[in-house]
Design a protein around this ligand. Structure first.
Ligand SMILES: Nc1ncnc2c1ncn2[C@@H]1O[C@H](COP(=O)(O)OP(=O)(O)OP(=O)(O)O)[C@@H](O)[C@H]1O
Length: 523
């Protein structure tokens, strides 16, 4: 263990809320943290910034007692502590919102929150507190909903509310805003500033540089497991933060000429009743995507996107055949494999579980969506699989020990790059992708968006479902907005403004279509 001074350069006075010194953690294939020092003052909102695989999540899990460091010391309020598990962390007043959720699907929101608290409160009291907290912080959440009926954005809200209820002294948020709408992000920031003003320190991981500059007053940058800089993000630009983090600025997206081909996805009058009590009924959905264009679906999660994606991907086969046409064929009743045979490839929003099997190698994970390495008699051509996985790793710059690495050993952003890469590299005729750059760093986000545009340039029809308006504005030629199970008329990119799309997110498109220009933000 070392006793090197804090790198933050903050002056003495009250002891730092958290002080890490010389934290090191090695995995067989990589040193995830190497001699990391980090100091967080009471009431400080401190960003941890770094490219995918830089070691941010590992460091946070060490603070929270979920991963044991090989070396280094942790001090809370000047006292040396050894946090052996999350219970001990919570006893010290440390709360954490994870990048991957740790919720029980079959239980309700209130039951999940209750499980994470000490059991001095009754379930009814926990439900009441959830209602008060969600109201106070403007986070919509029904305590009685079973978690399996929630979209990812809503699940994230459960995790955030669960942490808030513990009244933490140090709150760790690992990419909390990846699936929140701009309004929800603003609400969250109000919450976090209020918490900080009360003296709670916050460690904030995000790949969104403008958020870090808006919210955080200190920032530690990691690269390859080492601290490469400590700065005040308010004094930095997006470009300078990018340089600190990846050594360069992300490349600008190349502008492209859109050459439209035939309609590849044609959804007409698609109505489906919800399959569970808390789902959303799809009502008369109509949308088209032509070869060569990128079409976006904006909207707050939980407005039918999940149900629509299930119906489009073939996980739900209840739609009338003609309601979903893929490449001119009625596909409503086809399963996922049959739709894939028509050229439809799909990237779901949940990376682990639906997008990848965590315990399997990257090479074997290819088998989920492609069969070209399965030989006659069903024998696997392992060398072909490996070579395909290696090509994706290389092309999408996925940080992994190789094609044999288990999906769960990858950092969140690197797994996302691999899954998107797997589907893009399959050269689909129709790519449907949900939250394409969720959790990836600025360099990788630019790369994934570039690959999506290139695919469209080569004649692929692309449908992107995203809660990030900026992303949709960046890559889409047309936009639809989903609200309450319905879909808006298409909106050309040139006519889409944040205010108008915000208004449509509350389902108010018929009014703005009638009284053009009267849009004001009601979302
Ligand atoms: N359980 C594990 N087994 C093996 N390697 C691991 C494990 N957990 C993390 N790693 C490796 O440690 C490195 C750091 O991962 P970590 O998840 O901390 O990165 P990160 O900065 O949070 O990335 P991201 O922004 O993509 O979430 C990566 O190379 C990752 O593959």
């Amino acid at each position: 263990m070392t006793t090197s001074p804090s790198p933050a350069g903050t002056d003495a006075g009250a002891a730092p809320r958290l002080q890490l010194t010389g934290i090191t953690k090695a995995y067989p294939a990589v040193v995830a943290n190497s001699e990391v020092s980090l100091t967080v003052q009471p009431g400080e909102i401190h960003a941890v910034l770094g490219e995918n695989g830089a070691g941010k999540s590992t460091l946070m899990k060490i603070i929270y007692g979920a991963v044991k460091p090989d070396a280094g010391t942790v001090r809370m309020d000047g006292q040396s502590v050894v946090v052996r598990n999350p219970q001990e962390a919570r006893a010290l007043g440390i709360a954490m919102v994870f990048q991957h959720f740790s919720l029980f699907d079959t239980l309700t929101v209130a039951e999940n929150v209750w499980l994470g608290l000490d059991k001095s409160l009754s379930l009814a009291e926990v439900s009441r507190r959830i209602e008060t907290t969600t109201r106070e912080y403007g986070l919509q959440l029904d305590p009685m909903r079973p978690v399996h009926t929630l979209g990812v954005g809503e699940r994230q809200r459960v995790e955030i509310v669960r942490s808030l209820l513990t009244d933490p002294r140090l709150l760790i948020l690992d990419e909390p805003t990846s699936v929140l709408t701009p309004q929800a992000v603003e609400n969250l920031f109000v919450t976090l500033r209020r918490l900080a003003a009360r003296g709670c320190s916050i460690l904030y991981i995000s790949h969104k540089l403008h958020e870090i500059r808006e919210l955080c007053t200190a920032c530690t940058v990691l690269r390859g497991g080492k601290v490469t800089g400590v700065c005040d993000p308010r004094q930095e630009s997006n470009a300078s933060l990018s340089r600190l983090m990846i050594g360069a600025e992300p490349p600008a997206l190349a502008h492209r000429e859109v050459v439209l081909g035939a309609t590849v996805l044609d959804v007409r009058d698609l109505s489906l009743s919800r399959e569970d009590q808390f789902g959303v009924d799809l009502q008369q959905i109509a949308l088209q995507v032509r070869a060569g264009e990128v079409v976006g679906i904006a909207g707050v999660s939980g407005n039918g996107q999940k149900e629509l994606l299930y119906a489009l991907s073939g996980e739900d086969t209840r739609a009338p055949a003609a309601a979903i046409q893929v490449a001119g064929q009625g596909a409503g009743r086809l399963n996922t494999a049959q739709r894939r045979a028509l050229g439809l490839h799909f990237v779901p929003e949940e990376r682990l579980g639906r997008g990848a099997v965590p315990a399997l190698s990257l090479a074997h994970n290819l088998l989920l969506t492609r069969k070209n390495a399965v030989g006659r008699g069903g024998w696997l051509q392992l060398h072909t699989l490996r070579a395909q996985a290696a090509a994706i790793i290389e092309r999408f710059k996925v940080k992994a020990s190789g094609p044999g690495a288990a999906a769960q050993s990858l950092s969140g952003g690197n797994l996302q790059k691999f899954i998107v890469g797997r589907e893009v590299a399959a050269n689909p005729a129709l790519l449907i992708v949900s939250q394409p750059t969720w959790g990836v760093d600025v360099g990788a986000a630019a790369q994934i968006r570039g690959e999506i545009l290139k695919l469209a340039g080569n004649g692929c029809a692309v449908l992107v479902v995203s809660e990030e308006l900026e992303e949709l504005f960046d890559i889409c030629d047309r936009l639809y907005v989903m609200a309450k199970g319905q879909i808006s008329p298409p909106l050309p990119r040139a006519e889409a403004t944040v205010a108008l799309v915000g208004q449509w997110m509350s389902g108010l498109w018929s009014e703005s279509v009638r009284t053009e220009g009267s849009a004001h933000d009601q979302a």
